[in-house]
Design a protein around this ligand. Structure first.
Ligand SMILES: [Zn+2]
Length: 163
């Protein structure tokens, strides 16, 4: 497997300074449809790929399998037009909001996670189930009166916010 170019990228040094790259010089880039919030795919960027993404209006990745830069849509027609790019708190991941043309996944699925499918997972519920606006961790006397019993059914309340 090739590694990204070792020559310096034109990426803004103040941005490059914030990145925490893996041993191959790469940062994970999560790609999200800007209006629906759908998580489309995950790709990898080195400094140059990020520079191209930030300056060209099109998303460019580093292909770990092919060892080359890869501008999404050049072969498939399924381009990703950049709407916004964010870096996470510790600099090891990027969030790229895009307008996706057609399928994001090379399989033809709209998203790579549609293509991969759901895994069996035990669904967890928060202990109090009440969705209190009080911060958790406030110690009580340990007395639970049960007064909130039935406040919520706990069903169908997952997610929904934050779109
Ligand atoms: Zn895919």
């Amino acid at each position: 497997m090739s590694t990204p170019s070792s020559s310096p990228s034109a990426l803004d040094p103040t941005i490059a300074h914030r990145l925490k790259r893996d041993e191959h010089g790469l940062v994970a880039a999560i790609v999200q449809q800007h209006d629906s919030g759908d998580v489309l795919m995950l790709g990898w960027m080195d400094d140059e790929a990020l520079h191209r993404t930030l300056t060209s209006g099109r998303v460019t990745f580093w292909s770990r399998s092919r060892g080359e830069y890869w501008r999404k849509g050049d072969t498939s027609g399924h381009a990703q037009y950049v709407r916004a790019v964010a870096v996470d708190c510790d600099g090891d991941a990027l969030l790229v909001r895009v307008d996706q043309v057609g399928a994001a996944c090379h399989t033809g699925a709209r998203t790579c996670f549609d293509a991969g499918g759901v895994l069996p997972a035990v669904v967890g519920d928060r202990p109090d189930g009440a969705g209190s606006s009080e911060p958790s961790g406030v110690p009580s006397t340990g007395v639970t009166t049960g007064a909130t019993t039935g406040a919520t059914t706990g069903a169908g309340v997952a997610g929904g916010a934050g779109r």
